[in-house]
Ligand binder design. Sequence first.
Ligand code: C2E
Ligand code: MG
Ligand code: MG
Length: 718
Amino acid sequence: MITRPDSLLVVDDDTMNRELMLRRLTRRGFETSLAGSGKGALEWINSNRVDLVLLDIEMPDMNGIEVLKILRQTYTPAQLPIIMVTGKASSEDVVSALASGANDYVTKPIDFPVVLARIQAQLSRKHAEEALRESEERYALAALGANDGLWDWDLLTNKTYFSPRWKAMLGWEGNEISDDPEEWFRRIHPDDVDRVRADISAHLEEQTPHYEDEYRVLHKDGNYLWMLGRGIAVRTPDGKAYRMAGSQTDITRGKVVDVLTGLPNRVLFMDRLGRSFERAKRRKDKSFALIFLDLDSFKLINDSLGHLIGDQLLVAIAARLEATVRSSDSISRFGKNHTIARLGGDEFTILLEDISSALDVMRVAERISSDLSMPFSVAGQELFPTASIGISIFNSSYQSPEELLRDADIAMYSAKALGKGRYEIFDANMRANTIARLQLETELRRGIERREFENYYQVIVNLNTGKICGFEALIRWRHPTRGIVVPGEFIPVAEETGLIVPLGQWVLESACQQMRIWQARYCTDPPLIISVNLSARHFLQSDLVQQCRAVLYETQLCNCSLSVEVTESAMMPDPETAIELMHQLKSLGIKISLDDFGTGYSSLSYLHRFPLDSLKIDRSFVSRIMEDDEIVRTILTLGRNLGLKVVAEGVETSDQVNRLRDLGCEMAQGFYFSVPINAQEATDLLAEEQHWADASKTGHIDRWSSPPRQKESIANAG
Ligand code: C2E
Ligand code: MG
Ligand code: MG
């Protein structure tokens, strides 16, 4: 029997609730899908395999009970368990849900351990029923199967006939195995034998309709094989068993091979890891390393292009990993027994045997990174996935193989935190960082609930006129104990946990609302523009365009006053979808700006296809401009040729301003003009500008030469 993860569907109209459940359930190994409405849920179930539904009762349009009733016309509670989520403690809802065929219910706010327990209870019942149905059919087949080994156990004499095939499966011949039933039991893996004995007894005592079990059994060559054992007792009329006969089927392949990629799966990998571990413990001159690889944007690809393409990408990646590890010259002097496995989802592991130093492993990790960075062509699409890689290297302080896996996993997370698409070797500090990170995640959730976030604004200035042309919204976290926390410290965790989606939605709303207030008060020509940063995850959200439209409608801000900032790295995993999304935003009149330009892929082949309005030159180039202005020059020329505006980021001195102006750069932002400030301070800045404009009717305002806001705020910002 090949096990696959159970797939759940969470139906809830509240995005935040959905995302929370998604993350937690995914962590527990469920394949989780989301639907935001009853209609969406019905459509999904219609065309996808779903094992269980978590269904919110209170939803606009079609409520949970209506959805439930429709589903029950097609699926029985045994076929599709449905757990209702009720907001109020109203017993009416619960009664009508149960009467309409709900399997169970939970109340909001959801207590996760409770819902998890109920999900598991429903699923195990479902599986038990399915297994029973399957096994009855299978038993009939097995009796015919020539490939299976057969046994026939006389309970009265305690002698067992083992068929020649049964013996051959384990590597033995005719008289090498006697008719003692212990010949079988003592070869069963110590972790399985008690269960097998208990299951046989249960059947002999008529507690089960037949016997069926999966267990490991020792082959003559010293390896364990996975077997499916089945059997049935023959009884006297009064029910007493006097004979039992059955079969064993070799299911090793299905047990240890990942069906999708054909690589060893977690079971086999852990087995090999255990052996390497034992060997290294015995032989001090041998060491080995474990590489843990996790794709950085697999979920984005899966969500935007669908699971089928996601699967194909995994297969292609598996093939490339194999080619890399096997062919690499730099590693050919190792033993040939490396194991490349797929642990599940987008996680791969590699066991490198016989390494002599960390350098060996680093070379392999580098080679993997560079091989993966070449585009994958899947179903006519070019995809650019990157992977974060964690490495742990055996040393004698390790107590168990699991510890090595855990540390490689921690190192992988650390690679993600340090910017993804890279590798890290485990060190002891990382464990502390992981704990800190988990704590940050918890605090972040609480911070969102308690609305601890605030938008700061940084002016964007027209260098020709000296006038403010807009603001960039930059999120800040008013942490209850740490004070103001800057985005670099929490955006990566928010991205990884999906919390960036509700957070980004809030930034968008509040920034547009604020800009609408400013525009009403300060009439400028052209009107002020608000720039909002979009994270990768948020950007590829399928309803992003819809979200922007709704926010603009609600805040009454003109579409052309909103500019969204995206980075290349947000688009590269799936450039085609990104281009499509950008066109949709463009058609609404929303402007698109490429942030931190020059630091990412700067893939020229894509640049001309992105429907952009402006490029933002990354701060790192501006800060070096007085020593070397070549890159800034090049970006300005590129911008001109593509008809794009160019904004210089991170301008800190008047020399830099002058140089940028000389080079023909039109717009800039940076501490020279103002650090990011809160909405009230930004309002004051606009009032000042009006004052300056009224005073000097010349049109060119050089008010920034001694910016009042800069010095005190830098001190505050520190
Ligand atoms: P970014 O979009 O490139 O924003 C510019 C960053 O440079 C800001 O950092 C800003 O404070 C800083 N900066 C501006 N002028 C100067 C300067 O003259 N000198 C120096 N040293 N730094 C300057 P901040 O606010 O810490 O934000 C960091 C990054 O976090 C942003 O980079 C952006 O990628 C991300 N971010 C900020 N707010 C949001 C948000 O609401 N959503 C998302 N998804 N990301 C955000
Ligand atoms: Mg930005
Ligand atoms: Mg930037």
